[in-house]
Write a protein that binds this ligand. Structure first.
Ligand code: KG4
Ligand code: ZN
Length: 333
């Protein structure tokens, strides 16, 4: 049994979580606190790195205290500390990782550095401590990744995006439509009242057996439509755009699952919070007799429970890190 306290500060959410797990048994989230900075960045239309790191530094202390209170434990009950080491904004990663290292140093407990993408990838399986073989699709603001997962810590990259990430495309199209940052949830809202067939936007790189993604052509098609058609209904564009993204995500994930000869798909990352995305995957997986595990709602967008979970599994595998380890803004899986 081990109690893991993790800090996530790679972008614009400051998060602290406490997870208690037993090797081969359950992993219980005792606390998962998230302080979102969205309001602070909104007036700038995107994340401002200096505002982000200052904000992390200001709210981290209170958030650690809050997490310990929620979990009903004291700092002395924590067995391992961990933090996100990348990918992300350097100045933001430094705040969280330095704080976690400091707690580890003072308490004499081990420190585990965690890859943010591994956190997302394993998030559908929080609850147990086993990660079954599957194909994982991570759809976040910075990444669109298809990974063949043999088990915790054993991954093979199957596909990535050649240009924009799916979430990034949602955010950029949201901006074009004059919607507030971040565009993803706003487009989902607008799409509910729109016609998904109003515009036939391109589904890129669907030919042959191509697995990689590309969303920049789709983004440009939306831009041209807006320039050409002054009367375009935002709701119709949002619905048509969202449908195009979903079709590509579902189709390529199915291809990857067939190629990897797996009958289980894991879905994670901010975009997987989108209800239309979730139900499209559910419908297709049911039709094809493939299992689907989607990260729980609060664990789709950035949080520290997923970092604690990935860190705990690394710890159970005997992996800890020295305090001299550096962050890496471009860390890959
Ligand atoms: O995983 P995440 O919180 O952060 C990264 O690691 O990037 O993902 C954030 C992304 C943003 O691009 C945001 O617009 C998108 O997830 N997102 C959504 C929804 N909620 C968040 N995209 C589509 N529909 C949503 N409901
Ligand atoms: Zn993320």
């Amino acid at each position: 049994m081990a109690v893991f306290l993790a800090i996530e500060s790679s972008c614009d959410e400051t998060a602290v979580a406490i997870l208690r797990g037993e090797p081969g048994g359950a992993a219980e989230v005792l606390a998962s606190e998230v302080a979102s900075q969205i309001a602070e960045h909104r007036e700038h239309g995107g994340v401002v790195p200096e505002i982000a790191s200052r904000s992390h530094s200001l709210c981290l202390g209170g958030l650690v205290e809050q997490a310990l209170n929620t979990a009903g434990i004291g700092m002395g009950d924590v067995d391992v500390f961990g933090a996100t080491m990348g990918p992300g904004l350097a100045s933001s990663l430094l705040v969280g990782s330095t704080a976690a290292k400091a707690m580890s140093c003072v308490s004499g407990k081990p420190f585990v550095g965690v890859n943010h993408m591994e956190g997302h990838l394993l998030s559908p399986f929080i609850g147990g401590t086993e990660v079954p073989p599957h194909v994982g699709l991570i759809v976040s603001g910075g990444h669109t990744l298809l990974m063949k997962v043999k088990g915790a810590g054993d991954y093979e990259k199957m596909a990535t995006t050649r240009d924009d990430a799916a979430g990034e495309a949602f955010d950029k199209v949201g901006k074009m439509l004059g919607l507030p940052y971040p565009g993803g949830p706003e487009i989902e809202k607008a799409a509910k009242d729109g016609d998904p067939k109003a515009y036939d936007f391109p589904r890129s790189m669907m030919q042959g057996g191509e697995l990689d993604f590309s969303f920049s052509g789709l983004k440009t098609a939306v831009l041209y439509t807006l320039q050409k058609d002054n009367n375009a209904k935002i709701q119709d564009i949002a619905a048509s755009f969202q449908t195009a993204v979903i079709e590509v995500l579902v189709e390529k994930t199915m291809r990857a699952a067939k190629l990897a000869r797996t009958d289980l798909i894991g879905l994670s990352g901010g975009v997987s919070l989108n209800k239309a995305v979730r139900s499209a995957f559910e419908a297709r997986c049911t039709k094809e007799g493939i299992g689907l595990t989607i990260a729980e709602g609060t664990l789709c967008t950035d949080n520290a429970a997923m970092i604690a979970f990935a860190g705990l599994l690394r710890f159970f595998a005997g992996k800890t890190d020295g305090l001299g380890g550096d962050i890496n803004p471009n860390l890959s899986l």
